[in-house]
Structure formats: structure tokens, C-alpha cells
Write a protein that binds this ligand. Sequence first.
Ligand code: CS2
Ligand code: MG
Length: 427
Amino acid sequence: MSSADQTGSTTTPTSSAGGTAIARAEVLVTSPDRNFVTLRLTTADGVVGLGDATLNGRELSVVSYLQDHVVPLLIGRDAHRIEDTWQFLYRSAYWRRGPVTMAAIAAVDVALWDIKAKLAGMPLYQLLGGASRNGLLAYGHASGRDLPELFDSIRKHREQGFRAIRVQTSVPGIDSVYGVAAQPSTGGRYDYEPAQRTALPAEEDWDTRAYLRHIPTVFEAVRSEFGPELPLLHDGHHRMTPIQAARLGKDLEPYDLFWLEDCTPAENQEALRLVRQHTTTPLAIGEVFNTVWDYQTLVREQLIDYVRGAVTHTGGITALRRIFDFAAQYQIKSGIHGPTDISPVGMAAALHLDLAIHNFGIQEYMQHGARTDETFRSTFTFVDGFLHPGDEPGLGVLYDDDVAARYPYQQAYLPFNRLKDGTVHDW
Ligand code: CS2
Ligand code: MG
């Protein structure tokens, strides 16, 4: 059964917009290697646009938001009116922000940009101002349960062409740590996927003191094995307090990180002042944020160096572009979120935006599995460590309904953490 059948679709005749009126809006759910939610808009003239609406572990909430509340508003609207549609969806709901709302708006926004670029006969980045560079530096995810396994993973990534590498390892005394692949990658592809297809979320354990003691020793070993040149990144996944984050940033300074990501749960933006006062390790934040307001203090006070928002979770290209333009005034660069839970549609949107903006920093690239690539056929390339969105009109992604229909939705949860005494901790 195709996921379009599962969630239904709506078709109405065209309105005054004529051939560019949105005639059909389908919410598609498929689970090739993991769950993906895609919005497909079709104009009266038959031009198709795709938008990613995947919200890891909460996928069906966005399906409902789109299906029940947004699709009926889209039918008959002129697909050309991207800004007006964005403002209408954001303001008319009255209830603002939030990951479900902003993922739904993002899907509409990206699908409309896809349509507009196809109508213009240009790759989307041309409509965003054209290319500001030739290719996009990407970082891959290396991990290991111990140093030999980690070194092996770093070598495999370098063989694949990666010129920047995120490093995550197990920590002695903790059973299961964020970002460490359960088994070493066999085909060379990093296969860590935190969401698990289970009825309930898996429970993991955590000990911040053990982590803080261990991580600097890992980076010391990696630098002495691979030398000073290779850009190295690390993700703290929101687990530290500001003072703990300050200490880690300071301890990592000798190893010259490209960035330390999500050192604290950053809803409390002011808390980053304390981290910043103590360390020159560059900071990246924002994968769980969904509007410019989440960055207001972080950017204006230059408390971070990289904005990590995803096109998919930040209201689309229209909204993320504004966040980047705001950040640019403070010499803050982009580092768009690109894990496997961003679909190839969301990834393609990110690459078009990356190519066009001036303050591009780096792009996360985790690489989808073969079944996902078969479901979403995309034109983007990864050559010599650099990504490029390709030059097909639009986003450059095709959704194959027949392949998608083979992989029905499966319930999946992200794991969660408890400290040794049983207290729930940030994951
Ligand atoms: C992450 C993600 O890519 C990253 O930096 O922190 O792996 C994140 O855990 C998932 O996207 C959650 O959905
Ligand atoms: Mg992260």
C-alpha cells in the first residue's frame, strides 16, 4: 500500500491562479531505512514540487498537521506566492513556532521553491542568488568503541573523500554513548541511527564526569595519529551544564576543533555567555531550534560560531535564509543539520541554500542507505569531500512511489538517557 493511500490526498480544481494553482497536495510516508514524511504539491499544469516534513520520532504528528490543517488551505493557491504562503501559514495559525508546525511550513515552502525553480528551468540555487562557491565542504561521522576502531573509521571516511570529520567514541563506564555506531561500518558507510524501530524508546545511561575525563584523551590521540590539518568536530548532544561545557571547551583547545556542537541544552541562550567567557573552542548550536527567535541572543551577542538549523525543521528555505542573513552580520556561519533523518529532499534543499549564501561554513553529510537513495532519486553529488546539488531544474529529487510503497511506516523512537541513579537526563 502506498503511503499516499494511508494518509489520503486532496484534489480540487484550479482557482484564479490558472496553471500555477496548487491542484493536488499529498502527504507521503515511507520507511525505506527509516521513516520519512514528504509533501508533494502538483500544480494545475502538472508541475511537481517536493518538501521534506520528517520529524524524527514524531513523524505522524507532522502528517496530521499537514493533512488535517494545511493541505485544505493550499488547494487553489498560486504556487508562485512563496512568501505570502509562508506568512499566511505562520501567522494565520495564531499558535506560533514549535517543531511540528515549522516542519509542516518547511515542507510547503521547499515544495513551492522546487516548483518555482522548475518553472524557471533552473536549479534552485540560481533563484537564491546563484552559486557563491564551487562545492560544499562536508563532514562525515567517524566513531568507535575504542581508539583502534575510531582510527579505522576515520581512515575509512578519509578514503571516501571526507576532508572534515566528526569524532564520537564510547566512554569507559558508560554502556551506550550517543553517536557511536553499534558495529563498525562494513561497507565503509557510517551506520549509526539513533532512532530505533521499537514500541517504546530505548533507555541509555550517562555519566558526565566520566565523559569529561575521557573526551580530551580521545582528541589528543586522534591529533597525534592524524596530524594538525584535519578539521575535527564533536557533538556534546546537549548533555552538559554551562560550567561543564566551559571546561570541555577549554580542555579541547589544544586539539583545535572545527566546532564543539550542542554543548548545553540551549533553550537558555544566556547560559552560553558563561561558556563563551571561558573557551575559544568554536561553538555550533541549533539542530533542535525552529525559528530565528531561538538564535536571537546567541547571534546578537556572538555566543556561537555556527548555526545548525535544518531547512526541514526551521520553516524551510525562506526562514533559514533569514537566520543565515542575520548571522552573517555577526560573522557567524552555517553548518546545516544533515543526519539521515533529514530526507534526500531536505538534504537537497540544504545544498541549494549552502551554495547560494555567502556565510556558508560546512555541511553535515551522514549518507543515506541504498533503499532511501532508491526511493528518493537525487542529483546531488559528493566528490573529493565536496557536495554539490547538481544542475537539474528545481531541487533535483524524484520520489519513486513504487519503491516507497514497499516500505510502510514503522513506529520508531529516539532513545533517552538516565543517570546512574535513575534520573532522566538530556539526550
Ligand atoms: C545529531 C543527530 O546529526 C547530529 O548532529 O545530533 O544525529 C540527531 O541526534 C538526530 O538528528 C535526532 O533526530
Ligand atoms: Mg547534533
